[in-house]
Design a protein around this ligand. Structure first.
Ligand code: ADP
Length: 451
């Protein structure tokens, strides 16, 4: 039977899930990064990837027909023509792109999703600006003698690339990891490329970005963009023999970790949504229409012929964790009557400011009055977060998204059955746990399509 492998590179570690044609999980593997590993990245990502493959039983590996990889959104790197990283990667949450916000606003249309300090495009421009700055410094100091050594894959650093720019490739984490398997440099997917400025509706780089490339011919090569799940190429002969993969095992274009988590939920038709109750509250609603409101942090990923529209609030589990341990959350929740509405009306935040569903950078946390009874306080927090979630879905629908039909739940809060009942009361639709908790499962489904 045909086996597909999904590999997920999330914020804290990497996971692999192998499934059969019916979607049954056959094997799983895990590789957790330490903090230092995340910072120095590519060599460790490579170790993680190979370690995941080695953990799978050989008999299973010999039957894998398709592989796809997801990575954290906007984690990017530059590499030379042989795929060797030549600078340290910029991770998903690296906001040094704040230094190029003016340039970004000057080139991209107003409120474009790529205008953000952590976007892939901001990171590309930041590298470009750094390279220009270094060139100018070189010109100003003609007698400088200390040439930079050529960085290798084992010692990427944050200095500037030394190969000529035509040989430099700009890639996302998932693109580079996939390259390690199929050996084709310069290929990405339109989920990873959304925040690079790629036009996911017209399926091309937009004119404003092409103009930038003409103006700055020294920019690194941007990847060719494919639909997620498109076959890119077979695994290289070296990878095939090292891991015992079969002839014809194909690597498909990947996706981002959060979209992989959505795919894993089982949601697949318009009106189905996934709420992630992790440290923050993240909403994703599958819609027939595209919804964009950059100021509120609302944007849409393309998912085949549909749109995955969503937004993220700063409320969520981090606030719960501030007041309660996970064990307390469990026992105290058990004492809440989910059918009785708490009249406590909070806006639970750890510090001022939210973008969605209320776009106000100064929005103050509202956590008063605080009852002495911790069960009542927790009830008020869960009820208030449920109100914010419902308001978020209402906003997406007001902006034109397909009406909500049901909500799957992922993340640490998904196991709280009492909270699910409170949320169902506010949402007015059924609330269920995601079918699969692992993003890697969603990526395995992506690898499976049209196999
Ligand atoms: P992230 O990946 O965003 O860090 P997780 O998905 O691991 O978050 O979820 C962790 C969060 O889940 C914590 O902030 C914690 O407060 C919350 N959490 C844990 N157990 C429960 C529970 N029983 N009810 C509600 N929230 C919970």
């Amino acid at each position: 039977m045909m086996i597909s492998l999904g590999i997920d590179f999330g914020t804290s570690g990497a996971r692999a899930v192998a499934i059969d044609a019916t979607g049954e999980t056959l094997a799983e593997a895990k590789h957790i990064f330490t903090g230092a590993e995340l910072a120095t990245a590519p060599a460790q990502w490579q170790t993680g990837l190979f370690c995941l493959l080695e953990q799978l039983p050989l008999e299973l590996r010999q039957k894998i027909e398709a592989i796809a990889i997801d990575g954290t959104s906007s984690t990017v790197l530059l590499c030379d023509a042989t795929g060797n990283p030549i600078v340290a990667p910029l991770l998903y949450n690296d906001d040094r792109g704040i230094a190029v916000m003016e340039e970004l606003r000057a080139i991209a249309p107003p409120h474009h999703v790529a205008i953000g300090a952590t976007s892939s495009l901001a990171k590309l421009l930041w590298w470009q600006k750094k390279a220009e700055g270094a060139e100018e410094a070189e010109e100003e100091k003609p007698r400088a003698t200390n040439h930079q050594p050529l960085a290798t894959s084992h010692s990427p650093d944050s200095r500037l690339p030394t190969p000529s720019q035509e040989e430099i490739y700009f890639l996302h984490q998932a693109d580079w990891l996939s390259f390690l398997l199929h050996g084709q440099l310069g290929v990405s997917d339109y989920h990873n490329a959304l925040k690079l400025g790629y036009d996911v509706e017209q399926l091309c780089y937009p004119d404003w970005l092409l103009k930038l490339l003409l103006k700055l011919p020294a920019l690194p090569n941007l990847p060719q963009i494919l639909a997620p799940g498109t076959p890119v190429g077979e695994v290289t002969a070296e990878v095939r023999s090292r891991f015992g993969l079969p002839q014809g095992c194909v690597v498909r274009a990947g996706t981002t970790d959060s979209i992989a988590a959505f795919l894993a939920s089982g949601a697949n038709s318009p009106g189905e949504a996934v709420t992630s109750l992790g440290s923050t509250l993240v909403l994703k609603l599958l819609s027939q229409t595209r919804v964009e409101d950059a100021q509120s942090g609302i944007y849409s990923h393309r998912l085949g012929d549909l749109w995955l529209t969503g937004g993220a609030s700063n409320t969520g589990g981090a606030v719960l964790r501030h007041f309660f341990t996970d064990a307390e959350l469990e026992t105290l929740s058990g004492q809440i009557d989910p059918d009785r509405e708490s009249l406590l009306d909070y806006y639970p935040l750890l510090k001022a400011g939210d973008r969605f569903p209320i776009n106000d950078p100064h929005l103050p946390p509202r956590l008063e009055p605080r009852p002495e009874n911790p069960v009542e306080f927790l009830h008020g927090l869960l009820e208030s977060m449920a109100r914010i979630e419902a308001r978020g879905y209402q906003l997406l629908q007001q902006l034109g998204a397909t009406p909500l039909r049901c909500v799957y739940t992922a993340g640490g809060g998904a196991k709280n059955a009492v909270w699910s009942q409170i949320r169902a009361r506010h949402l007015g639709v059924p609330v269920a746990q995601s079918a699969h908790a692992e993003a890697a499962y969603g990526t395995a489904l992506l690898a499976q399509i049209s196999c």
